[in-house]
Ligand binder design. Structure first.
Ligand SMILES: NC(=O)c1ccc[n+]([C@@H]2O[C@H](COP(=O)([O-])OP(=O)(O)OC[C@H]3O[C@@H](n4cnc5c(N)ncnc54)[C@H](OP(=O)(O)O)[C@@H]3O)[C@@H](O)[C@H]2O)c1
Length: 160
């Protein structure tokens, strides 16, 4: 099945699956807003694919209090956004046989990145996608939001 979305926000697009997915969407004629903390990699992506196809929006999703502003800025600047993919995530290895090596600050950061921020992003983007759902009914399109973080491997929300 062809990927049906035309303008996609990919959070976690500076490497790996997110970067590959962003490249593939551009190759297939779509455009992307790429997000992550590593600004130089975002700039490199835009340079490679062109400003008409890619926009860089650096953001650290662990700044949970800033997520509503981030979502507002993106949706106001890109009212034609029709898909959000929350791909950002981290996974650290732990030696539970050596409990003294377990760093709770890092574990907290991991939970914030992989769970709390995903929930906050979902809450922040849903009103935009829901409003557009009414338009979608009229113009026969769909909107989609997908969380692919480790603890949310099922789509957080989907309608079509
Ligand atoms: N590869 C696998 O086998 C596998 C298996 C299960 C689940 N996953 C999940 O699938 C997703 C992609 O995996 P991958 O292998 O492609 O990982 P990756 O290459 O490490 O990519 C992770 C992406 O998340 C972004 N990210 C991390 N923390 C962030 C933060 N605080 N704010 C904004 N962006 C942040 C990174 O960007 P910056 O570092 O630039 O911020 C990067 O673009 C991850 O969520 C991962 O946990 C992967």
């Amino acid at each position: 099945m062809a990927f049906p979305y035309k303008k996609v926000l990919i959070i976690g697009a500076t490497s790996g699956i997110g970067e590959a997915l962003a490249s593939r969407i551009v190759q297939n004629g779509g455009s992307v807003i790429v997000t992550g903390r590593r600004k130089e990699r975002l700039v490199e992506f835009v340079h490679k694919h062109g400003k008409d196809k890619a926009t860089a929006v650096p953001f650290d999703i662990t700044e949970v209090d800033n997520i509503p502003n981030f979502a507002a800025n993106v949706t106001q600047t890109h009212p034609d956004l029709d898909c959000v993919i929350v791909n950002s995530g981290i996974q650290r290895g732990w030696q539970w046989t050596k409990p003294e090596s377990i760093d709770m600050d890092v574990i907290q950061q991991e939970f914030t990145t992989n769970y709390l921020s995903g929930v906050a992003l979902t809450k922040a983007f849903l009103p935009f996608l829901q409003v557009f759902r009414h338009l979608a009914l009229r113009i026969g399109e769909h909107k989609w939001l997908l969380c692919v973080q480790p603890m949310q491997t099922e789509p957080a929300c989907r309608w079509d």
